[in-house]
Design a protein around this ligand. Sequence first.
Ligand code: ZN
Ligand code: ZN
Length: 364
Amino acid sequence: MQQRKGRIERLRRLFNGAGLDAFYITNPENRFYLSGFSGTAGALLLCRDQSYLLTDLLTDFRYIDQVSHESPGFTIIEVKGTYADALFEIVKEKGLLRLGCEGDHLTYNQFVALADKLKGVELRPSSGQVEGLRLCKDDGEVRLIKEAVRIASQAFLQELPGIKPGVTEQQVALRLEYTMRQMGAGGAAFKIIVASGARSAMPHGVASTKVIREGDIVTLDFGAVFCGYHSDITRTMVVGWSRQKLEDIYQIVLEAQMKAIAVLKAGVRAADVDRAARGVIESRGYGPFFGHSTGHGLGLNVHENPSLSVKNDAILQAGMVVTVEPGIYLPGWGGVRIEDTVLVEERGCKVLSELPKMQLTVLK
Ligand code: ZN
Ligand code: ZN
């Protein structure tokens, strides 16, 4: 609650500084971040002196209770017609002249409808304002991400023996998701990736009907959602028996991942974390087979800024939560990726996902 007030104050300072009278928020994650409102439809209008929550879901009194409980401090407006109509009433009453809105989220049709209804009001779309506030996680957010990590890790360890010859990738994914939900997750953070055998060469091969066989490499990329916050972890294993080339590639990926984690701290450029991992893989001749960036931010979205990409010159800050996930993918042979969820700190970083990774796991 106190944290949400602080977030709204920071956003107010931003839009005041930009000469706006109010800011209209439609992105669901941003709406949740600022208001705590978990409903499926709604928007916020933040004025200089008042915060409104608009929703068309107030169909019965129990819902009104939920909204006022989740979002204290907000004036709740029931939207009976369109959101543009409801906004028009507030704009008229408060005499608002310049309104910011989320250009990355509002659809063209919604924008046109707003502009049409709010004639004489300057509508100014902007990009990434609330997302900017969301970059650094506060203690409460870090606790929720840690819980999402804990659930995913525990579920993984529980389901590991179920990865064996004869089961399909989809069965592995289903059991893992079921267990995560039983352990308190709101759901899987994304469609669980189970890529076995030659399919493990596909960095994002969602679970298929393929049957897992003896000797298959299995890449499992999974995460849980807890109170809106995500975790994201990958482990690569082999079923039955290992071989030298696989062991070698696993150790290169592990070294790359640990190198990136070793340089990860506040003040470092995102691109330099990518370079650290990529440098290890390139020096062993596998550069062309590491075709994605080293990691990404995560929080209310599973993919958010900062991207740990060679193109991102942004300076990392304490409180950011990112993944570190280098990989090597050899078409027709298979692939290895190791991914952890990591908290950036002033003097280093803390790996939140502590599943074993120092040796390639051979599932017997
Ligand atoms: Zn992942
Ligand atoms: Zn990831």
